[in-house]
Design a protein around this ligand. Structure first.
Ligand code: FES
Ligand code: FES
Length: 181
């Protein structure tokens, strides 16, 4: 089976050593996903797999046979930015922008984790049915995505605007993309 990348079917690489990050950047030329540390420490390479966030530098592409990968290039719809992309612009959630694709993909995956009630280190009530979409939760859950420009406050502001407690259901911005056969 192919890998589905932003809705397009892509052949699984013949070489099982090719990372998902290298498949995206070097073979598909989807350079929105960035290389930072290349060893799982910075979050710059974060992409979504079936709506869940992973760091693509530590993932082998062959493992994602039949799965749906979404990169930052796949977030806009009909030329319109994803609401979180627009919020990053609005809140100065970046300076150089190098970490931004990873931050945005990570935040979308994170919102799904909160929606499913998965607790974090910052969650006070571990037996509650729901997890608050609070600033403290966002800060803790985004701690794996580093920003050397120090734009973290703007990043959390943008995430809070789109996914915070006051924004109602997270489902309105859920990824609904169907892979193309
Ligand atoms: S490049 Fe993958 S975590 Fe840093
Ligand atoms: S905006 Fe420069 S590293 Fe985050």
């Amino acid at each position: 089976m192919p890998i589905h990348v932003n809705g397009s079917a892509v052949s699984v690489p013949d070489d099982p050593r090719v990372s998902l990050l290298d498949l995206l950047r070097e073979r598909l030329h989807l350079t929105g996903t960035k290389v930072g540390c290349n060893q799982g420490a910075c979050g710059a390479c974060t992409v979504l797999v079936d709506g869940e966030r992973i760091i693509s530098c530590l993932a082998l592409a062959v493992q994602y046979d039949g799965r749906a990968i979404t990169t930052v290039e796949g977030l806009s719809r009909d030329g319109a930015l994803h609401p979180l992309q627009a919020a990053f612009v609005e809140h100065d959630g970046f300076q150089c922008g190098y970490c931004t694709p990873g931050q945005i993909c990570s935040a979308i995956g994170m919102a799904g984790e909160i929606e499913r009630g998965i607790p974090s280190h910052a969650t006070e009530d571990l037996v509650a049915e729901s997890v608050p979409a609070s600033r403290a939760e966002f800060q803790e859950r985004m701690s794996g995505n580093l920003c050397r420009c120090g734009a973290h406050n703007g990043i959390i502001d943008a995430i809070s605007e789109v996914y915070g407690n006051d924004r109602g259901s997270l489902e309105q911005f859920a990824l609904t993309e169907e892979p193309v056969e």
